[in-house]
Design a protein around this ligand. Structure first.
Ligand code: PLP
Length: 391
């Protein structure tokens, strides 16, 4: 069955914007006293590390489940990596982290996955007991809380990747507890902001079913880039897993701050939570869903499901007009094989479905129906064990 309605994008588009307001400034992390806008999360991390004054070449303890580019950033900043376990629910294993300690270890890197909190109070106590700095990675956890505590408010630094949760062409954010982050960075190049804004316009038109207009814009922008002999690869871009040192000196453009006025954080959180719970209610009785509980305060990024063959499942969902994302399918090359094997299940089977704040109940029901249709074709007939041990 092929899709007849417009496709459901895996990330929010400009259709998720609301009426102008300055509300967002009152929300953490934007309300934090020592903070800086950057081009993206990795840039925030690189500059945040400088405020920590870790010993040169010191070791940072990093989790076995990671995207990879955050680890490239630590290496580019001159630090060594040593891995610690996360358990079958992706919670940090501080007993294993303790085993990794020696005199060279200077910091603990903790990642909050997809909006769900790690035990930050324990991580803070662990760092205080061992004289370590705590780095909170909230790249996938904007506007999330653990009860009444904001994710990112406990670490010595915390980083955010805003364009993952909000319809922005780029944008990272750094919160520092101690020293004020270094002076202002240069604004993002105009060409970069322009192409990624046009990308978002195209995604918005496609999701609204205006494919004719979208095709017209694509053709016009191709003609224009040929005319001015402009090569997209020459400018920087947010997103992607590849390390690009050209990003490092860059802040967000002013247009991103303008777009923030069209973001209503309360609505973002409420809609994402409602969509997550609606999808969980439809899917969890029928297929393996590793996170179905939504603790108070969590602002989820996606809805994860476990499927036998991620690439095929994703392609069949796309045929039914539902976007999904195959995240984090490879460990960083520096990750020892036994640590990589520990999270192999997550990397092989976890596919992320959209629950962003642009989707209404009908759209979520379409995501559910398409997912169940693909699952009925592939899931139950496979003998693959889909849930990690203990789930
Ligand atoms: C866990 C994690 N940390 C950091 C980053 C870097 O964020 P950005 O892409 O905004 O540079 C990413 C990007 O995917 C990530 O997944």
């Amino acid at each position: 069955m092929m899709a007849t309605s417009p496709p459901i994008p895996v990330y929010q588009t400009f259709a998720a914007l609301t009426l102008p307001s300055s509300r967002w400034r009152r929300w953490f992390p934007f309300s934090a006293p020592r903070a800086t806008w950057t081009f993206s999360g990795r840039v925030a991390l690189y500059h945040g590390l400088q405020t920590l004054k870790l010993p040169a070449g010191g070791t940072i303890l990093v989790p076995s489940y990671h995207q990879g580019v955050e680890l490239d950033t630590l290496i580019a900043a001159g630090y060594r990596l040593r891995y610690y376990r996360v358990d079958e629910r992706l919670a940090i294993d501080l007993i294993d982290a303790e085993r990794q300690l020696d005199r060279t270890v200077a910091a603990l890197y903790v990642t909050h996955y997809f909006g769900f909190s790690q035990p930050t109070a324990q991580a803070r106590a662990f760092c205080d007991a061992h004289g370590l700095r705590l780095i909170e990675d909230c790249a996938t956890s904007l506007f999330s809380r653990d009860g009444d505590r904001w994710l990112g408010s406990v670490g010595d630094i915390a980083i955010f990747s805003l364009y993952k949760t909000l319809p922005l062409p780029h944008g990272g954010f750094l919160v520092a507890r101690g020293e004020h982050p270094a002076g202002p960075l240069a604004s993002a190049p105009i060409g970069s902001t322009l192409v990624q804004t046009v990308d978002l316009v195209q995604q918005t038109l496609r999701a609204a079913g205006w494919e004719g207009v979208e095709r017209g814009i694509t053709a016009a922008s191709r003609r224009l880039t040929r005319l001015v002999r402009w090569n997209r690869a020459r400018t920087i871009q947010s997103g992607g897993a590849l390390w690009d040192s050209r990003l490092l000196g860059r802040a967000a453009s002013r247009s991103v701050l303008g777009l923030m006025r069209l973001v209503d954080p309360a609505r973002v959180v409420a809609r994402r939570r409602a969509n997550f719970m609606r999808l969980a209610a439809r899917l969890a009785p029928c297929m393996p869903c590793p996170f179905t509980d939504l603790p108070p305060g969590v602002c989820p990024l996606f809805f994860p499901v476990m499927v036998p063959d991620k690439v095929r499942f994703q392609a069949e969902l796309a045929e039914r007009g539902v976007g999904s994302i195959n995240l984090w399918n490879r460990s960083h090359p520096t990750c020892p094989p036994r640590y990589a094997a520990d999270v192999g299940h997550w990397r092989r089977h976890c596919l992320e479905l959209p629950i962003h704040h642009e989707l209404d109940d009908r759209a979520v029901d379409r995501v559910a129906a398409a997912t169940l249709a693909v699952w009925d074709r592939h899931g139950p007939h496979r003998s693959v064990r889909l849930q990690p041990d203990g789930l």
